[in-house]
Ligand binder design. Structure first.
Ligand SMILES: Nc1nc2c(ncn2[C@@H]2O[C@H](COP(=O)(O)OP(=O)(O)OP(=O)(O)O)[C@@H](O)[C@H]2O)c(=O)[nH]1
Ligand SMILES: [Mg+2]
Length: 137
Protein backbone atom coordinates (compact mmCIF):
# COMPACT_ATOMS: atom_id res chain seq x y z
CA UNK A 1 0.00 0.00 0.00
CA UNK A 2 1.18 3.48 -0.84
CA UNK A 3 -0.25 6.91 -0.12
CA UNK A 4 -0.04 10.19 -1.94
CA UNK A 5 -1.06 13.80 -1.43
CA UNK A 6 -3.60 15.07 -3.95
CA UNK A 7 -5.38 18.39 -4.17
CA UNK A 8 -8.02 19.89 -6.38
CA UNK A 9 -6.50 23.32 -6.92
CA UNK A 10 -8.46 26.62 -6.70
CA UNK A 11 -9.35 26.49 -10.42
CA UNK A 12 -10.83 23.01 -10.04
CA UNK A 13 -12.83 24.09 -6.99
CA UNK A 14 -14.13 27.17 -8.87
CA UNK A 15 -15.20 24.96 -11.77
CA UNK A 16 -17.10 22.59 -9.41
CA UNK A 17 -14.86 19.65 -10.32
CA UNK A 18 -14.11 18.29 -6.81
CA UNK A 19 -16.60 15.43 -7.17
CA UNK A 20 -15.59 14.58 -10.73
CA UNK A 21 -11.93 14.28 -9.69
CA UNK A 22 -12.63 12.23 -6.56
CA UNK A 23 -15.02 9.95 -8.47
CA UNK A 24 -12.26 8.99 -10.89
CA UNK A 25 -9.94 7.93 -8.07
CA UNK A 26 -12.66 5.95 -6.29
CA UNK A 27 -13.79 4.27 -9.51
CA UNK A 28 -10.21 3.18 -10.10
CA UNK A 29 -10.14 1.45 -6.71
CA UNK A 30 -8.08 4.02 -4.81
CA UNK A 31 -9.24 4.97 -1.29
CA UNK A 32 -9.70 8.52 0.00
CA UNK A 33 -8.26 8.37 3.53
CA UNK A 34 -8.01 12.12 4.19
CA UNK A 35 -10.23 14.88 2.82
CA UNK A 36 -10.84 18.53 3.67
CA UNK A 37 -11.37 22.00 2.23
CA UNK A 38 -8.57 24.38 3.19
CA UNK A 39 -7.24 27.79 2.31
CA UNK A 40 -3.50 27.28 2.06
CA UNK A 41 -1.30 29.85 3.83
CA UNK A 42 1.53 31.55 1.92
CA UNK A 43 3.98 29.79 4.24
CA UNK A 44 2.50 26.34 3.48
CA UNK A 45 2.47 27.15 -0.24
CA UNK A 46 6.14 28.13 -0.27
CA UNK A 47 6.99 24.90 1.56
CA UNK A 48 4.85 22.84 -0.81
CA UNK A 49 6.50 24.35 -3.90
CA UNK A 50 10.03 24.66 -2.42
CA UNK A 51 11.55 22.79 -5.40
CA UNK A 52 10.39 25.65 -7.64
CA UNK A 53 11.76 28.49 -5.47
CA UNK A 54 13.77 30.89 -7.62
CA UNK A 55 12.04 29.94 -10.88
CA UNK A 56 10.37 32.82 -12.77
CA UNK A 57 6.87 31.44 -12.19
CA UNK A 58 7.29 30.81 -8.43
CA UNK A 59 5.51 34.00 -7.34
CA UNK A 60 2.54 33.26 -9.58
CA UNK A 61 2.43 29.68 -8.34
CA UNK A 62 2.18 30.72 -4.69
CA UNK A 63 -0.31 33.47 -5.50
CA UNK A 64 -2.52 31.07 -7.46
CA UNK A 65 -2.55 28.18 -4.98
CA UNK A 66 -3.45 30.59 -2.14
CA UNK A 67 -6.11 32.41 -4.24
CA UNK A 68 -9.00 30.29 -2.99
CA UNK A 69 -9.86 27.09 -1.17
CA UNK A 70 -8.48 23.73 -2.31
CA UNK A 71 -9.79 20.22 -1.70
CA UNK A 72 -6.86 18.51 0.01
CA UNK A 73 -6.76 14.73 0.20
CA UNK A 74 -4.74 11.66 0.99
CA UNK A 75 -5.23 8.92 -1.56
CA UNK A 76 -4.20 5.36 -0.78
CA UNK A 77 -3.80 2.18 -2.79
CA UNK A 78 -1.46 -0.11 -4.67
CA UNK A 79 1.13 2.12 -6.40
CA UNK A 80 -1.08 5.13 -5.62
CA UNK A 81 1.58 7.69 -6.58
CA UNK A 82 2.05 6.39 -10.13
CA UNK A 83 -1.64 5.63 -10.58
CA UNK A 84 -2.67 9.17 -9.61
CA UNK A 85 0.05 10.79 -11.73
CA UNK A 86 -1.01 8.91 -14.84
CA UNK A 87 -4.67 9.74 -14.21
CA UNK A 88 -3.75 13.45 -13.86
CA UNK A 89 -2.00 13.61 -17.23
CA UNK A 90 0.95 15.76 -18.31
CA UNK A 91 1.71 19.00 -16.43
CA UNK A 92 0.82 21.05 -19.51
CA UNK A 93 -2.82 20.22 -20.26
CA UNK A 94 -2.15 20.68 -23.97
CA UNK A 95 0.12 17.63 -23.75
CA UNK A 96 -2.22 15.67 -21.47
CA UNK A 97 -4.08 12.88 -23.26
CA UNK A 98 -7.87 13.03 -23.46
CA UNK A 99 -9.24 10.77 -20.73
CA UNK A 100 -6.81 12.16 -18.17
CA UNK A 101 -8.01 14.77 -15.68
CA UNK A 102 -5.96 17.59 -17.21
CA UNK A 103 -6.65 16.34 -20.73
CA UNK A 104 -10.39 16.51 -20.08
CA UNK A 105 -10.73 19.57 -17.83
CA UNK A 106 -7.87 22.04 -18.45
CA UNK A 107 -6.14 24.11 -21.11
CA UNK A 108 -3.35 26.04 -19.39
CA UNK A 109 -0.23 25.10 -17.44
CA UNK A 110 -0.88 27.53 -14.58
CA UNK A 111 -4.48 26.31 -14.09
CA UNK A 112 -4.25 22.55 -14.44
CA UNK A 113 -6.90 21.49 -11.88
CA UNK A 114 -5.04 18.98 -9.78
CA UNK A 115 -1.82 18.24 -7.90
CA UNK A 116 -0.37 14.82 -7.08
CA UNK A 117 2.90 13.97 -5.30
CA UNK A 118 5.72 12.86 -7.63
CA UNK A 119 7.47 10.36 -5.31
CA UNK A 120 7.41 8.63 -1.91
CA UNK A 121 9.52 11.27 -0.18
CA UNK A 122 7.47 14.18 -1.54
CA UNK A 123 4.23 12.35 -0.71
CA UNK A 124 5.14 12.02 2.97
CA UNK A 125 6.42 15.61 3.15
CA UNK A 126 3.31 17.01 1.47
CA UNK A 127 0.88 14.92 3.57
CA UNK A 128 2.62 16.22 6.72
CA UNK A 129 2.43 19.80 5.42
CA UNK A 130 -1.36 19.65 5.14
CA UNK A 131 -2.66 16.89 7.44
CA UNK A 132 -2.30 15.96 11.09
CA UNK A 133 -1.99 12.19 11.71
CA UNK A 134 -5.44 12.11 13.38
CA UNK A 135 -7.07 13.45 10.20
CA UNK A 136 -6.12 10.40 8.14
CA UNK A 137 -8.17 7.21 8.19
N1 LIG B 1 3.36 29.31 -15.42
C1 LIG B 1 4.06 28.18 -15.31
N2 LIG B 1 3.66 27.27 -14.41
C2 LIG B 1 4.36 26.13 -14.31
C3 LIG B 1 5.51 25.86 -15.09
N3 LIG B 1 6.00 24.64 -14.75
C4 LIG B 1 5.18 24.19 -13.80
N4 LIG B 1 4.19 25.09 -13.54
C5 LIG B 1 3.12 24.96 -12.55
O1 LIG B 1 3.70 24.49 -11.36
C6 LIG B 1 3.07 23.28 -10.95
C7 LIG B 1 4.12 22.37 -10.33
O2 LIG B 1 5.04 22.01 -11.33
P1 LIG B 1 5.61 20.52 -11.41
O3 LIG B 1 5.74 19.98 -10.03
O4 LIG B 1 6.81 20.55 -12.27
O5 LIG B 1 4.44 19.79 -12.21
P2 LIG B 1 3.57 18.54 -11.83
O6 LIG B 1 4.30 17.68 -10.84
O7 LIG B 1 3.04 17.89 -13.06
O8 LIG B 1 2.32 19.23 -11.18
P3 LIG B 1 1.88 19.25 -9.64
O9 LIG B 1 1.21 17.95 -9.42
O10 LIG B 1 0.94 20.42 -9.59
O11 LIG B 1 3.12 19.43 -8.80
C8 LIG B 1 2.44 22.72 -12.23
O12 LIG B 1 1.31 21.93 -11.96
C9 LIG B 1 2.06 23.97 -12.98
O13 LIG B 1 0.79 24.45 -12.58
C10 LIG B 1 5.93 26.85 -16.04
O14 LIG B 1 6.92 26.71 -16.76
N5 LIG B 1 5.16 27.99 -16.11
MG1 LIG C 1 4.95 18.41 -8.96
Amino acid sequence: MQRTYVMVKPDGVRKNLIGAVIARFERRGLRITGLKMIKISVEQAKKHYAEHAGKPFFGELVEFITSGPVAAMVVEGENAIKAVRSMMGATNPLDAVPGSIRGDFALTMSQNIVHGSDGEESAEREINNFFAPGEIY
